[in-house]
Design a protein around this ligand. Structure first.
Ligand SMILES: Nc1nc2c(c(=O)[nH]1)N[C@H]1C(S)=C(S)[C@@H](COP(=O)(O)O)O[C@H]1N2
Ligand SMILES: [Mo]
Length: 321
């Protein structure tokens, strides 16, 4: 069974999944053994070429099996990326292949009982992986739907054992000017940083991503480990993470650091608060010429709106800043 009931965040009847993709997904799902539960990554992610598939195929999380819109074709999403380390255009996929994800180690530090380092493979042995189909809304007003593979961010928090004083989780991207030429540009506050409250990080929707479309994550998607927070603007979903820090200070993100009048810490998708330079009321799905209405919290309000109760005076303050 793909899902038991229509999730309440489904966007609209006229945007239901294209039948061809629906059938493909059924095939994918039927390939998973009964009671497979969380699948472990069997063989070397580090050594694996970008096209390698997860074996066995990760189980679909039935709560996130349908994003209410058709999955955006991989041929589109893998060639239209924001990854400023490799350039400011959307066509950075070729350049991003320079990133080596071999022997990738993630450092966990700050307000934790014991700081440690963990290789990506060991991390996945601890967390397992599952598949979730999520909508993604970039602050630039384009959007996509991607079948991600990964694990709940709450598992990372549990593994790290933060101290009670830790109020925020801060993520940092790799820094290597030999690999990522744009990191030589001094006008950007490298490395890329993003952060969330621990409450946001432990919400069921918060997801750590290691794959997409059944395969190990392409480098342009932020291999080998990125974030996906589907109710927030895309810039919060930091790529190619090397460091996770628990802190009592609110992290200042890359874009907030650069231009805090345009990009805030909360960055929850809100159609009522325009970007200073364009409307946020509508968006263009990458596989469409027509714009569609943007939903508050990108349509995930039932899961996350309560996190922001009583914060700020106006809708704008509460959800944008
Ligand atoms: N390290 C890093 N992470 C990043 C970015 C970036 O430039 N560098 N861009 C962000 C933005 S603005 C978006 S919309 C998404 C794009 O993800 P995609 O290329 O997989 O669509 O990545 C986010 N994560
Ligand atoms: Mo974005």
């Amino acid at each position: 069974m793909i899902y038991q009931r229509k999730p309440d965040w489904l966007i609209a009847e006229n945007l239901v999944t294209d039948e061809r993709l629906f059938l493909n997904r059924r095939k994918l799902i039927s390939g998973i053994g009964a009671g497979a539960g969380l699948a472990l990554l069997g063989n070397g992610l580090d050594a694996a070429p970008a096209e390698s598939r997860f074996e066995p195929a990760p189980a679909m999380n039935v709560g996130f099996a349908d994003a209410g819109r058709q999955i955006t074709d991989e041929s589109i999403t893998s060639k239209y990326n924001n990854f400023y380390e490799f350039g400011s255009s959307k066509r950075i996929a070729a350049e991003a292949q320079k990133l080596s994800t071999d022997d990738w180690v993630i450092e966990i530090d700050g307000l934790v009982d014991k700081p440690f380092q963990i290789g990506i493979e060991d991390l996945l042995k601890r967390t397992g992986v599952e598949e979730r189909i999520y909508r993604h809304r970039c602050v630039e007003a384009w959007s996509m739907v991607v079948p991600w593979i990964g694990f709940p961010m709450s598992k990372l928090v549990t593994l790290a054992q933060p101290q009670s004083g830790a109020k925020y989780i801060r993520f940092e991207t790799f820094m290597d000017t030999n690999v990522a030429k744009e990191q030589r540009a001094a006008w950007y506050p490298w490395p890329y940083v993003e952060g969330f409250t621990i409450t946001e990080a432990t919400n069921d929707l918060a997801f750590m991503v290691v794959g997409a479309y059944g395969k190990v994550l392409h480098k342009q998607f932020g291999a080998p480990l990125r974030v996906h927070m589907p109710w927030k603007f895309g810039f919060k979903s930091i790529k190619s993470i090397v460091k996770v820090t628990f802190t009592n200070e609110r992290p200042v993100g890359f874009w907030e650091n650069l231009q805090n009048k345009e990009y805030g810490f909360w960055a929850n998708v809100n159609p009522a608060v325009d970007h200073p330079r364009w409307t946020q009321a509508t968006e263009r799905p990458l596989d469409s010429d027509d714009r569609i209405p943007t939903q508050i919290f990108n349509g995930y309000g039932a899961q996350v709106a309560h996190l922001y109760d009583g914060m700020g005076d106006s809708l704008g303050d509460r959800l944008w800043r």
